[in-house]
Design a binder for this molecule. Sequence first.
Ligand code: PGA
Length: 227
Amino acid sequence: MKRIVVANWKLHKTVPEAKEWLETIARGIRPAILEKMGVVVCPTTILLPEMRREISKLKIELSLGAQDVSRFERGAYTGEVSAEQLQGWADCVLVGHSERRRLFGETGAVIQQKLEICLKNRLVPILCFESPDQLPVGSGHPPIVAYEPRAAIGTGQPDAPEDAQKVAHQAKEGLGAAVSVLYGGSVNSGNVGGFISQADIDGVLVGEASLDPEEFLRILEAVRRVS
Ligand code: PGA
């Protein structure tokens, strides 16, 4: 299975900063990296169109993701961005990120609606979960899930790779071997190898360390080495 590395920029970067980041990545990314993995960048929604244009101009094989999507299709929902509006700009969407659950009160029911709306609009949802009880049961699960223990997010204190492996294994037992399981939470170029070399961890979701393009390139290189 190809590895997956996702950059989650959260509420960072302006259009010029995003372009500068892409230019550095275009200069440094080697074909050997892209043979081994899919690379996805999730900026704030407003950056997506400009980044899409820049990616095709620079001819780099990067996918784009949104950090969230409305659970509504359309209508009187001030401030929302719909799945239909994301089409053409985003390939995938982070759904149920810990910060959305904690700071914006997203419940399991809301997250379920978002998963369904993504699938209906041909956007690949990446379901983030903090513990296995947040995983869906039964059929129709998302193709990619990302285990992000709350205590590891943005703290500089990643989970132990062996503990993350146990949860990844449990996720595959529940959802089937075809699901891709990512780990996220304080991943950087120094520790990514420990996660990627676990049997059931297929990739990583990187926050803070993805903001610096040189560090992100080091992460990609480290993933390539152990893949
Ligand atoms: P972090 O964030 O790498 O800064 O810990 C990861 C995430 O929240 O997706």
